[in-house]
Design a protein around this ligand. Sequence first.
Ligand SMILES: [Zn+2]
Length: 837
Amino acid sequence: MVSYPVPTPIYPYLKPGRDFAYPEYTSRYQDVVDFRVKHLRLELWIDFEDESLRGVAELQIQHEGGGGWVGLDACEMQVEDVRMEDAGAEWRYDGAKLRVRVGPGLSKVRVSYRARPRKGFHFVKPDRANPERRPQAWSQGETEYNRYWVPLLDHPSHKHTSELIIYVPRGYVAVSNGDLVAKGERDGWSYWHWRMDKPHSPYLISVAAGVFEEYHEEHNGVKLSYYVPPGYGGVYRLSFEKTPKILDFFSQYLDYPYPYGKYAQVAVYEFIFGGMENTTATTLTELTLHDEKAHMDFSSDPLVAHEAAHQWFGDLVTMRDWPHTWLNESFATFLENLFVRHDKGEDEFVYELVRDMDAYLREYRESYARPIVTKVYKYPSELFDAHSYPKGGLILNMLRSLLGEEVFRRGLSLFLRRYAYSVADTEDFRKTMEEASGRSLELFFDQFFYNAGHPAIRVEEEWREGARQFVLRFKQTQGDDSLPAYQLGLRVLVKSGSGEREFRVELREREETYVFSLDEAPELVCVDPSFECFKTLEYSRNVEQHAKVLESDTHVYCRIIATRALGRMGGVRAVEALRKALTGDAFWGVAAEAARALGDLRSEEAKKALLTALDQVKNPKVRRAICEALGNYRGGEVFEALRKVLEDGEESYYVRQAAAISMGKTRSSGAAEELVRHIDTPSHASAITVGVLRGLAEIGSEEALRVIMRYTEEDKQTPARAAAVASLGRFPSRREVYDRLRELARSPNYRVRQAVIAACRELLSAEALQILEDIAQNDVYEMNRRSARDAAERVRKSLERGVEYKELREEVERLREENRRLVERVSILAGALESKG
Ligand SMILES: [Zn+2]
């Protein structure tokens, strides 16, 4: 009798994921409308004093039928009048939809309104933390927030041209999409008239107004503008100097020149994201601006590249509907990585991919799994997660390697040309890539875009000396929320004395064995050396084998896998290899990984290796990793080393931040006083203050809590406040902590409210649950509602598991540490025996 393997089916949504959709979630479909908006002309008066807006929006509406009622999105406004051309109009307003009766063909609808937006449009004024600030106002349209300050048909698929005439106090600047048509003074106001003459999606309409320093340059016929708050003129270049290179690279890679005449980047205070790719007018957080010192190990280039990439993927071609968010975000993430490759080389690129994988796996393990394309969601903003950004980016990278770079690029260019100034969905993209490559991609898309999860590959190697055969066994070990078996291609490099050979394997089943004839036993084997295949990968190797890879393989991806394995295994040989990598690896990323692995080992030898390296290593990114790793160790020596770093003005801000956090973890006597001494050290984005606060939270003393509470107050900078608020999560038994969190749950500061959620998530108490439920119900922003709900679920589950849970966790941690010490003692003994034998 012959038994055949059970065939493994693959079809869309076979694996719908877990924990992403709450029980009441259903499929969302776009509203069908029988009209089109062709143009929006908005006159907007910004009253900074009153934090309110007055607007006259004129929409050109084309009715597809014989005329009738049309519904515009207009939330929480005071609609004063609606007119057609110059006559009155029939209209109704319910606080969310403005319905107007239009005739057949083209109508001009003019809406006069006032608004005091709770979201979508923010005012920032001087406050106790920043008395020197000049007022600013900025909009944030994505996902569906522009409807809070301008009446429009607020869905990505309805593209139209736009024109904004923005009135601001004299001396203020207002930036918007498109070209500056006119500016001047009128009735005591300054006005800025911007016109975007290519259709774009409503969520990309933008206003950023305030007092700015402006810098302009021309590059290949495109006007590049940089607007920064006063005082940043001396350093703005550090953040933006690569803009021309970035635009050149994307234009050339995509074989599609920058689609517009202007590209402005505006840095604003208290922005709630890193950046937003408004068409031709990106808004960025002020925190991306930095001085020379921060420039040692902090870069704006990835953010600048990400938002610039969106000008093609997102703005020129836009997702048809939110389920296809990845068409915007995965592309921006992946193109950002490609720019890194162009700018800094292959090693940096691969390390970006590795860290994207880490980010996706964190979400997959700690939160949920979902298909990248899904209609089942409640708020569009829920789809802006690590599935849409890094996971999708990694899958695009896999598609690039599957098709070959040239074909891949040809496909992207074709896609851009075909859907320029329009919208597209996942199937449009698939079909375009099929056309460019001449091959079916249905299986590929079903596996990676329409199903949750990921392949997990385990590799076993065997050398058969007699037969001169090298055997590779591949096992797909992914769990039940992923497909049972993926079809994947992998490159395998095999290096032996006689040279390097490359093989390609095609996996189909859950277990497959490949046998290669070789003249001699392989010295180094590297599966998927450039990390082209989206998957997790582990080898059944011993310490010696991993150590050898780390010491001699030329591929960053393989060395990182070896490093991480050694960090789990430990022993003298592991520490030796990691120590060498930490001080000697050609690529800083592997050195930093080695530091982390030495931290994980928690052994005396590993500690020594870290301390010694701290005296030798210069690269601030590696130094940061060393300081972080030292946080797993105790004792006077560690404390002293960290103290020196924290004190040293020559160190980078972020190295000092890491030192401060780890110093707190040592819980050495004197740590708290030492930390507090540095708490107000000026640093980029309050990096050192944040480090000190987090260090104090680790100490967890009465005095630490007092200082942390002080930094939750309004006179502190937002990054410091947010760190202080999040640190309250370390004080579960204190009444005043809950009182403070309850107050801050209603703070107008978005990042502070996010920090309240983070704190409550750690507190795991009934009081925390109450606060989370309040945010989950009431926060103005849906993303906060969702993360509060997730945190509440976590707290509820932990409460259900009973009070012993936390104690159990501590016990496990203690046992783990003891075990590591034992393992080390054994390996030292073994080493001693070996050297004698
Ligand atoms: Zn983005």
